[in-house]
Ligand binder design. Sequence first.
Ligand code: GLU
Length: 478
Amino acid sequence: MTVRVRIAPSPTGNLHIGTARTAVFNWLFAHHHGGKFILRIEDTDLERSRPEYTDNILAGLRWLGLNWDEGPFFQSQRLDLYKTAVKKLLDQGLAYRCYTTPEELEALREAQKAKGEAPRYDNRHRNLTPEQEAAFQAEGHSFVIRFKIDDDREIVWNDLVRDKMVWRGSDLGGDMVIARASADGIGQPLYNFVVVVDDIDMQITHVIRGEDHIANTAKQILLYEALGAAAPVFAHSPLILNMDGRKLSKRDGVTSISDFQKLGFTAEALVNYMTLLGWSPPDSTQEIFTLEVAAKEFSFERVNKAGAKFDWAKLDWLNSQYIHNLPVDKLTDLLIPYWQEAGYNLEGRERPWLEQLVGLIGPSLTRLVEAVEMSKLFFSDTVELSEEGSKQLQQEGASAVLSAILAALENQPEFTEPTAQEIIKQVVKQQNVKKGLVMRSLRVALTGDVHGPDLIQSWLLLNHLGLDKARLNQAISS
Ligand code: GLU
């Protein structure tokens, strides 16, 4: 048997971290077994589905390296298949037309609520006679298609994560709607139904999805049976929780993969982190790995039942590990879009200069986006003086030191690291001051602040752009 799994996002929002983590588990499982990973876009909700969300989902999966083997398939293009399946259930007497009006359903719910009962449909139109049906139709009543669910059915499956699961038909809310009404007969088929039709058609062997789908699984197993197909194996992965132990939601701010990307996480670090959200490798000290490496070890035996807490500190740590291990040219490629996005002018800043800058700031980065703030002074013509910086420039001798540096600079045909060191040495001697004063004053003149990246390297970068003299002059006259 070839393992066939799928990720089935609904394009009603950007690619969510929960969906992406489900995609990771599917990808790992498929690759572990040499199987296929299929992408299906569940866009039957016409009102809420948007093409830009589909684009965001596809781009996010690609960015994370979660390449798929088949698809994307779009449910909106497969309506005929679903309608044929609805018709089959109707013909077999496993489904029926229900003419109950929304007002009647509301009255039923109210009555149940008053008695303290859970809301459920009371199957009142399950056994209409042909005459009753004809009467409803003659009166122009619209209908939905309901699938019969026996209350005393026991539904059992062995979940790869949660072990033996047992549900009763009576817990499923009565006969379920599988398709809406339409003027010409069978209308828009609904979520639980189309998922099953698709999973059968796509020969899905394992359904791996979030634990919020467990109640759907019980219903879907009955649909497999009715459609004459064997149910796949199910694996319900734990939810992602925030640090307070609640389900990660919009209120937690960042939840979509494109947001994580904007915040400066690398795809490799993020996908690595998601792999660890609920799964741990047999050697639990191993924390940094590629998808390919994780796939070799992946099994549901090591997936937790309990929810997985989203730990920003851990993600940051992983991200910094990836960034610090990147070769400078790769890191430069990754940073350029962040600078562009920040509106920095890259003109006149050639590749070797950019790589030198990246070599300077790279080791201090945790998130790529931090490069914007850290390198601001290298992209602007003037510097902003911090409070501490301006105090430093008021220090006795600071101005004279800067003038001496400027004078020394005039006589240099070529400016290199040894030249810079030599100038500093000369000025210390000539002005008879402490080296600290020279270094600090120079730093403030060049960068505006008393803290920052390596001074000599920063100076070299600014000198290359011809910015150092202007800044020294500015500081002297400030
Ligand atoms: N479309 C569903 C969702 O986005 C997934 C359905 C499934 O995996 O069966 O949650």
